[in-house]
Design a protein around this ligand. Structure first.
Ligand code: PEP
Length: 255
């Protein structure tokens, strides 16, 4: 199966409703309707509904950056899967390293969220990745294994069709220092091997595996030209409509 290249933006805690909709309109005018690249924008909760209203058609997939696993209830400040869905999302980023490091997310809670997302027909973009210390200690594969085990516990082959993995080394996120293509490919191959071994033979090759960590127009081609790297989850460079459009163009060239 030929996997499609995907460019996904993670705006983190940036952009008001007005700024988000201005970006959406501008971006929509710039991208090629016939591009075969998958495009996803993961915006703050407050902007989701308005962006969905702004975008015409379904060319651009909309995603949230987190959600709770419960259906509803006394969880002040949290957002339920059905709310994310009804705001117009088809994707949700889960287990981003900032959520793990700053907001106490664990492999176990990420697993609950993945299960809840799939139950609500939301496609999770599951983030995994090691810290610099873990890399220096030779623990990359151990960490990725633990994170995948937690996130994908009980997930079957059919459900995996809707799961995207984003390999995001923590030391590369927002630092300007990207993983080398060799480092990224090595991790992506480990992820594919893990999926093959732990879920099903063909799943390793069928799953979309993105790279995230300081990807920008200047380094995207060297990363995206590798067959094992299906695209990028992009933080900083996704905030600028010209840079994000350029990333879509680079991915399109390589498709
Ligand atoms: C991210 O937040 O997922 C990310 C990859 O950020 P940046 O591109 O800014 O490193």
């Amino acid at each position: 199966m030929q996997r499609q290249k995907v460019i996904a933006g993670n705006w983190k805690m940036h952009k008001t409703v007005e700024e988000s909709t201005a970006f959406g309109k501008n971006f929509q005018n710039k991208i090629l309707e016939n591009s075969t690249v998958g495009i996803i924008l993961c915006a703050p909760f407050t902007s989701l509904f308005q962006i969905r209203e702004t975008l015409t058609g379904n060319r651009i997939g909309l995603g949230a950056q987190n959600m709770h696993w419960e259906e509803e209830g006394a969880f002040t400040g949290e957002i339920a899967p059905a709310m994310v869905k009804s705001a117009g999302c088809s994707y949700v980023i889960l287990g981003h390293s900032e959520r793990r490091q700053l907001f106490g997310e664990t492999n176990e809670t990420v697993g609950k969220k993945v299960e809840a997302a799939l139950r609500h027909e939301l496609k999770p973009i599951v983030c995994i990745g090691e810290t610099l210390e873990e890399r220096k200690d030779g623990k990359v594969e151990t960490v990725l294994d633990e994170q995948m085990r937690g996130a994908l516990d009980g997930i079957d082959t059919a459900q995996m069709q809707n799961v995207t993995i984003a390999y995001e080394p923590v030391w590369a996120i927002g630092t300007g220092v990207n993983a080398t293509p060799e480092q990224a490919v090595e991790a992506h191959q480990f992820v594919r091997g893990w999926l093959k071994e732990n879920i099903q033979d063909g799943i390793g090759q069928e799953t979309t595996v993105l790279y995230g960590g300081s990807m920008k127009p200047a380094n995207a081609e060297s990363l995206l030209r590798n067959a094992d790297i299906d695209g990028g989850l992009i933080g900083g460079a996704s905030l600028d409509v010209d840079k994000f459009t350029e990333l879509v163009a680079i991915a399109t060239e390589l498709s």
